[in-house]
Design a protein. Structure first.
Ligand SMILES: NC(=O)c1ccc[n+]([C@@H]2O[C@H](COP(=O)([O-])OP(=O)(O)OC[C@H]3O[C@@H](n4cnc5c(N)ncnc54)[C@H](O)[C@@H]3O)[C@@H](O)[C@H]2O)c1
Length: 283
């Protein structure tokens, strides 16, 4: 159901790769709610993915940009303001990638070149987006900037690897930049910490299916879907949340406040067996 929550608002949505992407769902909902926006992704993703289809559906333009490249970001933001006919009201940063995860590198045997890339793509790019937007004075007062995070920023999750460090940095950037952007321009900056969600990035995490199941059993309201994440993003972009800033907001069915649930305990009891393979002892 649409409520016209974003009527007249202009934005940029990063990270819609295919119809499973969280950013894809946000774009569909933002369009329904009356927003105009541009879509952006790295050129290789635009070749492989289906972003153009989404642009047609949302009656908009796709502007290629590598979010780690400041020159690309400048061009993207300037072009977006031209296409949309004015300054922006919202930005969604929905970007994550770890070459260490892709190449199966263990957290205690990281490739540091890959780690630089993980942090640059998944966290520093958020700073770059905001620094570029601020220098161009591209965001209207009470604008809203959002990035997507995961609870591995606060707690350790098997298999999440160096993305945990990236998410901690991402959330810290939201606070640090949120202070400056709020003080100087009344722009709010937040992260939404989302449940595990079956997308291209999500499914890359080791043991993802089991993580999804565990998290579902642990959350009193169950995992939040990509559509439910999109709903939350829309509210955060709307004028209904004008004084919410510098927060990490959990959209996780209660998972982050749980210790152990009955459902998870029952499953654990059923499947209880000790691994005697020493290889897996410290995995
Ligand atoms: N899927 C999950 O379980 C989950 C849970 C919590 C948070 N998140 C976060 O949600 C966000 C979106 O991921 P998703 O799950 O929709 O997966 P996705 O794979 O659909 O989206 C990730 C996007 O990042 C883009 N990207 C990668 N490198 C880039 C670069 N250099 N410049 C610009 N874009 C680049 C990819 O092309 C892709 O579109 C990520 O930050 C992810 O960490 C995902």
């Amino acid at each position: 159901m649409a409520y016209n929550l974003l009527k007249g608002k202009r934005g940029i949505i990063f990270g819609a790769l295919d119809s499973n992407s969280i950013a894809w769902k946000v774009a569909e909902r933002a369009y329904e709610e009356g927003a105009t926006f541009t879509l952006t992704n790295v050129p290789v993703a635009l070749r492989m993915g289906e972003t153009q289809k989404l642009a047609e559906k949302c009656n908009t333009e796709v502007i290629p940009a590598d979010a780690t490249n400041v020159e690309d970001l400048e061009k993207l933001i300037v072009r977006s303001m031209e296409v949309l006919g004015g300054k922006l009201d919202f930005i969604l940063h929905s970007i994550g990638m770890s070459p260490n995860i892709r190449k199966g590198k263990h957290y205690s045997d990281l490739d540091y070149g890959f780690l630089d890339k993980t942090l640059d793509v998944s966290a520093l790019s958020f700073h770059k987006v905001m620094q570029t937007a601020k220098k161009l004075d591209a965001i209207n007062e009470w604008g809203s900037v959002l990035a997507l995070s995961y609870v591995a920023a606060q707690r350790t999750f098997y298999g999440y690897n160096d993305m945990a460090d990236a998410k901690s940095l991402l959330e810290s950037i939201a606070r640090s930049f949120g202070y400056i952007y709020g003080r100087e321009k009344n722009v709010r900056v937040n992260t939404i910490s989302q449940s595990p969600t079956p997308t291209t990035a999500g499914s890359g995490v080791k043991g993802f299916d089991r993580l999804l199941d565990f998290s579902e059993r642990m959350s009193p309201l169950g995992n939040a879907s990509a559509d439910e994440c999109a709903d939350y993003c829309i509210v955060m972009f709307s004028d209904l949340t004008k004084k919410v800033t510098m927060q990490n907001l959990f959209n996780d069915g209660g998972f982050s406040s749980m210790g152990m649930s009955l459902q998870a305990m029952e499953q654990y009891n059923k499947g209880f067996q000790l691994s005697d393979d020493p290889k897996h002892k410290y995995d």
